[in-house]
Write a protein that binds this ligand. Sequence first.
Ligand code: MN
Length: 230
Amino acid sequence: MSYVITPPTPASVPVSGGGEFPVHRIYCVGRNYADHAVEMGFSGREPPFFFMKPADAVLPVAEGQTGLMAYPPLTTNLHHEIELVVAIGRGGAGIQAADAPGHIWGYAVGLDMTRRDLQNEMKKQGRPWSIGKGFDQSAPIGPLVPLARTGELLKGAITLAVNGVVKQKGDLAELIWSVNETIEQLSAAWTLQPGDLIFTGTPSGVGAVVRGDLMEGAIAGLGSLKVAVR
Ligand code: MN
């Protein structure tokens, strides 16, 4: 193949214990914890819906490191959303929830960073959310932990602290649509591919960060993700 420009290096995230996981697509589930749906003005009983971020929106953070996220342009209301991220190792379409675990490679702690002011403006105008959700470095993510090591993550604390103060606190058991149901719904709409990441939604307590803040997210069984905003 003779490319007419240099092809970009594939985006990737580190794997706990070594190696890199190449990123194909980033899918995100909206409003997947009832208390967050309610804080955003919804009942919590709506069917799942999806949006995407570009693969190279990842901000990979290696084990034991603190990621550095540049405060993005055009916003004065940058929000944190702590989320369980699921990495797809085996692709497929029309995957049944019962078969979903066989498609999961592993898990990571991730942040669905959001320019909330821009997202809200787009919502109000009925326009796409991309500018609010899919900007550069909008997906900080810690090392992937293989499912072979964690087993299926069905419950456990998910938390986010800013400067040592806990802002978000939930449990994976509170997901409205479980990881397996999410994979069933997603794979009905898109053919999942090895390398796909799924951000599975955030518990309540989302809020703004500013330059100089330190975010520390944690999920039971996966360790922590530290990201400084500068
Ligand atoms: Mn989110």
